[in-house]
Ligand binder design. Structure first.
Ligand code: IPE
Ligand code: IPE
Ligand code: MG
Length: 267
């Protein structure tokens, strides 16, 4: 049905799940209702990724800037996230999905933090799909944190400034050990990045769709994958060079190919 080459799937897909509020407003419902409906789309896309064998899926669920929303919506979002994680954990275990949180732990309500930790611990041994939820996450904040950790390592003699490379720097990010995203999808019609994975998306293919997140279906996801496969990733080279070269999907400076997060990313 889809003209998809299963051997050239992206290794890492990252999604900015946008448009829940507008979706609800169109139906004359509260924005919160839209967020609740968005959970259904999350379930579908996670299952599809697992089925077809995409090893890393990262979902942007709550940005640092989202704290600026009305308190009622913020509260409802955290409560929804908590319910979602509690409800989904048994299935993640059953389906051997490894769960990881990306973002700042400070500020996250204690009850949410508890279930995040639990989900991380109870799925730590799995690797069929690495599902990451970016929560209380900001790309600039992540880079600043990495610089702080690195500066500390330099001060303690554990790192030497002249040895610093892109690969080494990547290890100080929350996404330590992840391959960089090959494809970033944003639903909801906005053409912007909104502080998502700024370092990691240097060479990602960006895919924007008008579809509002609660309406984003498996078929829409498959369409995005087909378009991804139709793009020519040049990484600075010419089209002629790419056509005559051995396929190479990794961007220069891409991270390692497995999630092997150690103590560095944790704080
Ligand atoms: C995305 O939907 C979910 C979060 C940012 C938490 P929005 O809530 O941003 O929906 P719109 O953009 O207002 O429609
Ligand atoms: C981006 O959506 C953040 C998430 C999807 C979690 P926003 O709706 O917050 O982004 P802006 O404010 O429109 O850029
Ligand atoms: Mg939005």
């Amino acid at each position: 049905m889809y003209d998809l080459d299963m051997k050239r799937l992206p290794r890492h897909v990252a999604i900015i799940m946008d448009g829940n509020g507008r979706w609800a407003r169109q139906k004359l419902r509260t924005r919160i209702f839209g967020h609740e409906k968005g959970v259904g789309a999350v379930r579908k896309i996670v299952s599809r990724c697992r089925e077809i064998g995409i090893p890393y899926l990262t979902l942007y669920a709550f940005s640092k800037e989202n704290w600026n929303r009305p308190a009622r919506e913020v509260k409802a979002l955290w409560s929804l996230l908590e319910r979602f994680l509690k409800a989904e954990l048994p299935e993640m275990i059953e389906k051997q999905i490894r769960f990881l949180h990306l973002g700042d732990v400070e500020g996250i309500p204690a009850s949410v933090l508890q279930i995040l930790r639990q989900a991380e611990e109870q799925t730590a041994g799995f690797g069929r799909l690495v599902l990451s939820l970016a929560l209380n996450y900001g790309g600039r904040q992540e880079i600043l944190r990495a610089v702080q950790l690195l500066a500390e390592d330099v001060r303690n003699g554990r790192a030497i400034p002249s040895d610093l490379s892109g690969d080494v720097f990547s290890r100080y990010l929350y996404t330590e050990g992840y391959p960089d995203p090959d494809l970033v999808i944003r639903t909801g019609g906005e053409i912007r990045v909104s502080n998502f994975l700024l370092w990691q998306i240097a060479y990602a293919e960006l895919y924007f769709t008008e579809i509002l997140w609660p309406d984003f279906a498996e078929s829409d996801f498959m369409e995005a994958l087909v378009e991804f496969q139709n793009r020519e990733r040049r990484f600075g080279r010419t089209g002629e060079q790419v056509k005559s070269a051995v396929p190479d999907r990794s961007a220069p400076g891409a991270g390692a190919s497995r999630a092997t997060r150690g103590s560095r990313a944790r704080s």
